[in-house]
Design a protein around this ligand. Sequence first.
Ligand code: FES
Ligand code: FE2
Length: 378
Amino acid sequence: MAISTQELKTLSKGFDDKPQRSFSLPAKAYVQPGYMEIERETIFYQSWQYVCHIEKLKNPGDYIAFNIQERPLIALRDREGNLQAFYNVCRHRGHELLSGQGNVKTIVCPYHAWCYDLKGQLFSARHSESMEEFEMSDFSLMPVQIETFCHMVFVNLDPNADSLAVQSGDLAQEIESYAPDIAELTHATRLTYTIKANWKSVVDNFLECYHCSVAHKDFVSLVDMDNYTVTTHGIYSSHIAPAGKNENSAYSVEDASVQDHAVWWLWPNTCLLRYPGAPNWMVWRFIPIDAETTYEEFDFFFEQDTPIPAQQEAIEYIDTVLQKEDIDIVESVQRGMKTPAYEQGRFVCDINGSGESEHAVHHFHSLYLKAMDRLINA
Ligand code: FES
Ligand SMILES: [Fe+2]
């Protein structure tokens, strides 16, 4: 069902710039497939999306193929050492060019073997001599914006988008101060989940720790909840807390080089995390499959490509305790939102910006409504 502009305007009903006065987004935006279609265009095709740690594209010819909301793409490093990104779509008949990841000298289409160089320029098209008015230079791969940000690779399908460095203000500096060693860390493991909930419910839940003392009894002893601060800035929010004083093997900080729990959410669906313990970095993404299904990818980077026992324990804790608790929550929320008993809620906010507050959820909803406004006013 297509959503009309009139209908889109109703999304901001009850929303107020002041979180204490504001209503949250209406349930229909979480359950109706039409909104997901609009979000693809206005949010996912216009925002910076994480691709990989820079280690994956270290050498000339290194490439990775991936998708953003059903658009196949490739990121690679060219011969001159520059990063490039293109639609992974051949200009002859539209076949996908590369799959998985690896290293190539040129890009050869598996369908009729048109060949492109690592800058996306077509240099060979079999038997094309007989064609009239055919210039290979008219058939380059369609480029996509690509950027290295804090040793991670991001792309943006909007050719007019400002760079991530510009859009994200002080985020790189903040990350650098808590995690100066991302370049030296390597991918160790990935957890994945398919959740029966809208991606926005998963983000909402990630952005507040108002639920932590109720739903994550263990977690609240791992971090110092009294000094947990949540601040919102432009297109991201920062969620910082010192490690808790309690002894807990899953989060052991005795003699650890990392003492803080530092987490960032980056509009719209990327979370970056640094936990207390040995040097670590985590990238967690909430990828919509459809209006009521979200695929989560949770990548862990450590000093070595196999987790040490303490890290393995932390991963198991996240997987079997924290994630289970959160998935049960968001799936329950999704079921509730589909009933006539829920239309929209409110934000419970601590004016001091502690973790026990939902002001970062309000910030996310304000960015969401801004994206919808751009569409309404386009
Ligand atoms: S579709 Fe790629 S060569 Fe024909
Ligand atoms: Fe949670």
